[in-house]
Design a protein around this ligand. Structure first.
Ligand SMILES: Cc1ncc(COP(=O)(O)O)c(C=O)c1O
Length: 440
């Protein structure tokens, strides 16, 4: 079938398509796949209990139920939820925001589609702009949402080697060139896939650059404060006229409700409201209905801080301890886990590409994500891109443990094999070209 260029942007080879198909296969049916590849949040018992209670109250109230399932909300999103969120953020952080600064989207993924295409692509004067990721690795879901060619540019990080097999990425400001063809900067904080949290200093520096260039700094706060608070270090949340802050209910425990939240200057909110009307008519009402009381009372902050954060911190600690134990004797590093729900494993000098490791692990029933998908806009070849994998630790302890043991076993057996399969060339198979050093 001959289809438009627009269609080709949704090519099945896109990393996010592979990820979501793997995730769907693993989460449905009763196959034995160990899903350490997706971004599905855990089903935390306390959060589940709260959501069930709230759902029950909605179901038990005929008028309330009819309102939730039987009415279109406005294209800005449910107004009581938006007003309650504005009040909460004013009270908690003193931010000067009102309902005119908030719009909902059908998941924050849809929000990035809007934002990136608003600030990059062709401008009315014919000039073309890009979204810059000041530091890759960055979220896999950004790479394919652009409607124009060449919409992204990404930068290499500085790598700080830490004790005990850890390392941390930093923005390399010495190499950051924000030219006039950059329409916006974007960072995820905490970062998916690495678990990095950009420091307050790094954010201040990026904001200063954005202010100087009169462009927004988009901060993807899907794992951040005040909810779901999957952040294990000190980091201040930021909002200013220069910032576009994206939140989501997904990692709070509601990925199925598809509720993204954008905080931005009123002019941006009006544009996104119109886009919602054109593309969706209205937003789903279920997410806002389920958390309205928690936002109005501020309880969402307490649950996030006292329940969700320790839950994931504990899981991160266990996953790292096991990975370190199982990988003894191998040259490996893990990004310092500062937030989000992933471990980012770096195998310096690994004899195969991370894509090949992904394939071998899939054959053994374990799904991870190959690191090379997480460098949107970084076109330069860099061996490091093919030396990392992302491992999700949000699934049950039994699944994470079993998966990590198989991952470590596969890595060790590849190192032990004196004649690893040669890397395939660049092409449809996603293989990579680089010289293979002798296995250590
Ligand atoms: C960093 C980041 N941003 C955005 C999203 C999209 O979230 P959603 O569309 O479920 O709100 C995800 C999902 O995993 C993510 O990890």
């Amino acid at each position: 079938m001959e289809l438009s260029k627009f269609t080709s942007r949704f090519d099945a080879k896109a990393g996010i398509v592979q990820l979501m198909e793997d995730l769907g296969d693993a989460m449905s049916g009763d196959n034995e796949i160990l899903m350490l590849g997706g971004g599905n949040p855990a089903h935390i018992p306390e959060v589940q209990q709260l959501l069930r209670e709230r759902m029950q109250r909605i179901v038990d109230d005929p008028a309330g139920f009819a309102g939730v399932v039987g009415n279109y909300d406005s294209p800005q999103g449910e107004s009581r939820f938006i007003a309650a969120l504005a009040r909460l953020l004013r009270k908690e952080y003193g931010w000067d925001i009102g309902p005119e600064n908030i719009v909902l989207t059908a998941g924050s993924q849809a929000g990035f589609f809007y934002l990136f295409n608003m600030f990059a692509g062709e401008y009315p004067d014919g000039s073309k702009k890009q979204i810059m990721f000041p530091m890759t690795p960055e979220y896999i879901g950004y790479a394919d949402v652009g409607l124009a060619d060449n919409m992204f540019t990404g930068n290499r990080p500085e790598i700080e080697l830490l004790d005990d097999h850890l390392f941390k990425y930093h923005v390399d400001f010495s190499k950051l060139r924000v030219t006039d063809d950059i329409g916006a900067l974007c960072v995820s904080r905490p970062t998916n896939p690495t678990g990095n949290v950009l420091t307050d200093d790094e954010i201040r520096h990026l904001l200063a650059i954005a202010a100087d260039k009169k462009i927004p700094l988009i901060i993807d706060n899907a794992y951040g404060l005040p909810f779901p608070h999957i952040i294990f270090t000190e980091a201040s949340p930021v909002w200013s006229e220069q910032t576009i802050l994206c939140l989501s209910l997904s990692k709070f425990g509601l990925p199925a409700a598809r509720t993204g939240i954008i905080l931005a200057p009123a002019e941006v909110i009006r544009m996104i409201t119109s886009m919602n009307a054109v593309l969706n008519l209205a937003l789903g009402s279920l997410g806002p209905a389920l958390v309205l009381d928690l936002v109005a009372s501020g309880e969402i902050i307490r649950i996030s801080r006292d329940c969700i954060k320790p839950f994931y911190e504990n899981k991160a600690g266990k996953a790292i301890a096991l990975l370190k134990q199982e990988l003894q004797g191998v040259d490996f590093r893990i990004h310092k886990p500062e937030g989000a729900i992933f471990l980012w494993l770096w195998l310096p000098g690994f004899p195969l590409s991370s894509e090949e490791l992904y394939r071998r692990l899939k054959q053994r029933g374990v799904l991870v994500i190959s690191g090379h998908h997480f460098f949107p806009g970084l076109t330069a070849d860099w061996r490091h891109k093919h030396e990392c994998i992302r491992i999700t630790y949000s699934m049950t302890d039994a699944v994470v443990e079993k998966g990590i043991r198989i991952i470590a076993d596969e890595i060790k057996s590849i190192y032990a094999d004196k004649t690893p399969a040669p890397l395939k060339g660049e092409g449809g198979d996603g293989g990579v070209k680089f010289d293979i050093p002798p296995p250590p």
